[in-house]
Design a binder for this molecule. Structure first.
Ligand SMILES: [Zn+2]
Ligand SMILES: [Zn+2]
Length: 137
């Protein structure tokens, strides 16, 4: 059993602890991730069916992803940090933002999504597989 993944927002009002290993670790260059991060991409660790504990009250807003998935984006109302994304149609799944980890060095990206929306200045590891949209199911 590996160490739980722990993290939270910048001010500490929201904390999470997730046991288990991520099913995917993804850099996403879609336009929504650009807006939400203010950067060229967002980095996520996606967990499915992992036991999780979340403390503190996140503020959420829903958005339909470019691929049609409804996402509930959770952020801290005090410090504004985006912390995780939940999926109303799939409550077992949670995607936490790599930068919210207590130890972000545990994030090891496996592939890049929505590369077609990416910018030349957002240069990602050339060794990573890149998908113009989502990887084929
Ligand atoms: Zn906060
Ligand atoms: Zn994205």
């Amino acid at each position: 059993m590996t160490k739980a993944y722990t993290g939270g927002c910048a001010c500490g009002a929201i904390r999470y602890e997730i046991s288990g290993e991520p099913v995917a670790a993804v850099d996403c260059q879609c336009r929504q991730c650009q807006h939400q991060t203010g950067a060229g991409h967002a980095s996520y660790l996606t967990f499915a069916g992992a036991s999780r504990k979340i403390e503190g009250k996140a503020k959420t807003w829903e958005v339909v992803g470019d691929g049609g998935t409804v996402k509930s984006c959770a952020f801290c109302a005090t410090c504004g940090s985006p912390v995780y994304i939940a999926f109303p149609a799939n409550p077992d799944v949670i995607a936490v933002r790599a930068g919210s980890l207590d130890d972000p060095s545990r994030y090891a990206p496996q592939f890049v999504t929505w590369h077609a929306a990416g910018h030349a200045w957002d240069h990602l590891d050339p060794a990573l597989p890149k998908f113009d949209r989502m990887p084929p199911a």
